[in-house]
Unconditional design. Structure first.
Length: 260
């Protein structure tokens, strides 16, 4: 007898978005470059948006909101909430709730939302396919009191669409017309989203599989200098799980952690 697949538990919106953006980037960008080439503007726009959205996840969603590792004013909060939404990794409220649950129950097959105990793919992105709403959000009562966080939670999909996709398309159009607008959409928009997301996902999968455990060998969390590079310091995951409320991940002077 073929086991019944839990289709009723699939989050079709998140699953479709992850799959479609990946294949649009994989197929669309090579076709665009083959037809129109790649200029400095498209590269610069990708780098700037990769840095701003990636840092908004690292500095904002992770260290500021999930761990309260430092205090910030409205400008920093608003900036990280706007560009964090453009990474399409959910609202800061949902993200922080999942991450706090992960730290509290790390490696637990049932209570850790992206436990490596359920396999590499599950920890990387499989868990998102089955992430149902509404979330309980019982562990983020402090964030619910922040009006900026709640505003972003209500509108994060619209914000993400405007900042993450419309903005690079518009900037491309202003730079070089419709051809450049298409490049902005495909490269600094869709491909940048895919790259930022999978860099984040690799912290949950690769940094719980490969690397050193100099601070705590009881959990699967590992330090990876390689993953620290594209994630602005997040790769030092063993240190982070040992001292989760520290604003630093790369605590040594030579460790790459521009977020700190």
């Amino acid at each position: 007898m073929i086991p019944k697949f839990p289709f009723d538990r699939i989050n079709w919106l998140s699953s479709s978005f992850l799959i479609v953006t990946f294949f649009v980037a994989l197929i669309g960008v090579p076709l665009y470059i083959a037809h129109y080439g790649l200029d400095w503007f498209q590269i610069a726009l990708f780098v700037v948006l990769f840095a701003t959205t990636g840092m908004s996840i690292t500095l904002g969603y992770h260290r500021l909101f999930a761990h309260k590792a430092f205090k910030a004013g409205r400008t920093v909060k608003l900036t990280t909430l706007l560009f964090g939404a453009a990474a399409f990794e959910d609202s800061a409220l949902d993200w922080a709730s999942d991450h706090r649950q992960h730290h509290k129950h790390v490696d637990d097959e049932h209570d850790d939302p992206y436990s490596i105990s359920r396999g590499f793919f599950w920890a990387h992105m499989g868990w998102i396919f089955f992430k149902l709403y509404p979330r309980p959000l019982a562990n983020v009562g402090d964030l619910k009191k922040d009006p900026l966080v709640m505003w972003q939670h209500k509108h994060h999909q619209r914000i993400g669409f405007l900042v993450g996709l419309v903005l690079p398309t518009l900037l491309g159009f202003l730079y070089g017309g419709w051809v450049s607008a298409l490049g902005g959409f495909l490269i600094a928009g869709v491909t940048r989203i895919v790259c930022v997301q999978h860099c984040t996902f690799l912290i949950n999968s690769l940094c719980h599989t490969l690397g050193s455990r100099p601070y705590d060998s009881r959990t699967s969390a590992r330090d990876s200098w390689l993953m620290a590079i594209p994630t602005f310091g997040e790769g030092y995951n063993n240190y982070h799980h040992s001292f989760q409320h520290d604003y630093r991940n790369g605590v040594k002077p030579w460790q790459w952690d521009p977020t700190k």
